[in-house]
Design a protein around this ligand. Structure first.
Ligand code: FNR
Length: 181
């Protein structure tokens, strides 16, 4: 059973990325414990704050430290990642020499209403995370196009084909963690 710190890059209540992340958590419940990391109260990065670090920042660093792996569930905002994700990525790399991300097995997925949604954001996030030392699962890539009747109110994935694909993805993620951790 792996503990996965989950970073959902949308703060809104009805976020499709949050819905998607909850569906993954339920589908993978026999393999993973998903811990949903709070991103909304982490201040914008400011080096000065390290003098007396905010509790939210210390909690963020602890959440990463406690996790066997991390999962980013990102929307795409204007062909990039949302600022909330970049913000916590930056906090996690500091103070200098205390990069919390280094050596963590990781994966990126994302949901959008559009067919190619999150592909550009995921590619950009990948290019940021690799140099930070996160050990990223390469494939399968998961660009989840959210449509009505894909995920129900209990966070169950309805179509067999979608559920099987995502089960396969979670199996690969589990194997990846076992291999590189
Ligand atoms: C978007 N959206 C969007 N979608 C996409 O596929 N590519 C994009 O570049 C953008 N750009 C964009 C910018 C901004 C500021 C917003 C608010 C939205 C639409 C986006 O995919 C949609 O709103 C999702 O529902 C956002 O994810 P959550 O909040 O539902 O998880």
């Amino acid at each position: 059973m792996y503990k996965v710190a989950v970073f959902v890059g949308s703060l809104r209540r009805e976020s499709i990325n949050l819905q998607f992340a909850k569906a993954l958590a339920k589908l993978g419940a026999s393999k993973f414990t998903f811990h949903f990391v709070e991103l909304g109260d982490v201040p914008l990065y400011n080096e000065d704050l390290w003098v007396d670090p905010p509790a939210s920042v210390l909690r963020l660093k602890q959440d990463i430290a406690d996790a066997d792996a991390v999962l980013f569930v990102t929307p795409e905002y204007n062909r990039s990642i949302p600022a909330v994700i970049k913000n916590v990525v930056d906090w996690g790399t500091r103070p200098h020499g205390q990069n919390s991300w280094s050596g963590k097995p990781a994966s990126i997925v994302g949901a959008s209403p559009g067919n190619v949604g999150t592909a550009v954001a995921q590619a950009q996030l990948r290019s940021i995370l690799v140099p930070l030392g996160l050990l990223l699962l390469g494939r399968p890539e998961v660009y989840f196009t959210m449509k009505p009747d894909l995920i129900d109110e209990n966070h169950d994935i309805i179509p067999d084909s979608t559920r099987k694909f995502l089960q396969g993805y979670l199996d690969k993620f589990e194997s990846w963690i076992a291999k590189v951790a």
